[in-house]
Design a protein around this ligand. Structure first.
Ligand SMILES: C[S@@+](CC[C@H](N)C(=O)[O-])C[C@H]1O[C@@H](n2cnc3c(N)ncnc32)[C@H](O)[C@@H]1O
Length: 255
């Protein structure tokens, strides 16, 4: 795993020299983000505005898949991984940052009726998620899709979910948001349940780019989980045989 710091001036200058065509789009993104950040109360408010702007252009692009083929493949990758780890129809799943159900539609199809709950800070992407439900004819599975202001999870029942899943959410989150989630997820996990999440891993300095993409050391997240009574396991098998750039940790109640 690399140790490069994408936020450093040297990295950015070198990247710009090698990719001159990307300078224009980057400058536009920087201007938009500066504008949105100036108007937002906190990170969640800012990121909700980013999602509103991106979803208006394309809900697929907003979750990181400009091409529909990529959207299908990324959904399948997440589903196959959990199915390979024994995801059963009787499991009760909470998906944090469910987006427009890239993987969610496959989880909903597999799980028993009423066993899927997706939450997201972006109402706009949840409207797009409803379109996905219609497209795949999943209305009878009665999934819950709930907009949230934070990750305190206070409105969810205790010890309920056997699987909690967050793909490509902490890669867009400052440490305060991750900590809030880790401080509260243990309460909603059923006995024996687990929480899988992906993150951008760095072996070097932790950093972020445009407050949209965050890079963490594994030890930081493992330590934070431990502070909140959770054991963390690094999922090597996630990185074998797939080209997805993020790493995965699995958290369980500490023994
Ligand atoms: C890159 S998309 C991934 C969506 C989905 N997990 C997938 O793989 O298709 C990130 C999603 O996380 C949501 N998100 C970002 N920060 C969040 C937070 N603090 N709480 C809940 N959702 C969040 C965004 O609105 C967006 O829908």
């Amino acid at each position: 795993m690399e140790a490069k710091n994408r936020a450093s001036l040297t990295y950015r200058l070198r990247y710009a020299t090698r990719n001159p065509a990307r300078i224009g789009p980057y400058a536009r993104r920087l201007a938009r983000d500066t504008w949105l950040r100036a108007r937002a109360r906190d990170h969640v408010g800012y990121y909700r505005s980013v999602m509103r702007s991106d979803t208006a252009r394309s809900p697929y692009g907003a979750v990181g898949s400009t091409a529909r083929r990529h959207w299908n493949a990324l959904g399948r990758l997440q589903f196959d991984y959990l199915a390979g780890h024994g995801l059963k129809p009787s499991d009760r799943m909470l998906e944090i940052g469910c987006g427009n159900l890239r993987a969610g539609h496959l989880f909903i199809g597999h799980l028993d009726t009423g066993h899927y709950h997706g939450i997201d800070i972006s109402p706009d992407i949840l409207f797009a998620a409803q379109d996905t439900l219609v497209e795949y004819g999943l209305q009878d599975k009665l999934p819950c899709l709930t907009p949230v202001r934070d990750l305190r999870l206070a409105f969810l029942p205790e010890r309920h979910f056997t699987v909690v899943h967050a793909h490509s959410v902490f890669s867009h989150s400052p440490i305060s948001v991750i900590e809030e989630c880790l401080a509260n997820v243990g309460r909603v996990l059923a006995p024996g349940g687990f929480f899988d999440f992906t993150f951008n891993r760095t072996e070097g300095e932790e950093h972020h780019v445009l407050r949209e993409d965050f890079y963490y050391r594994t030890s930081t997240l493992v330590g934070l989980a431990r502070e909140h009574g959770l054991d963390a396991r690094f999922m090597d098998d996630w990185e074998q045989g797939n080209t997805h750039k993020q790493s995965k940790l699995r958290l369980t109640a500490a023994t």
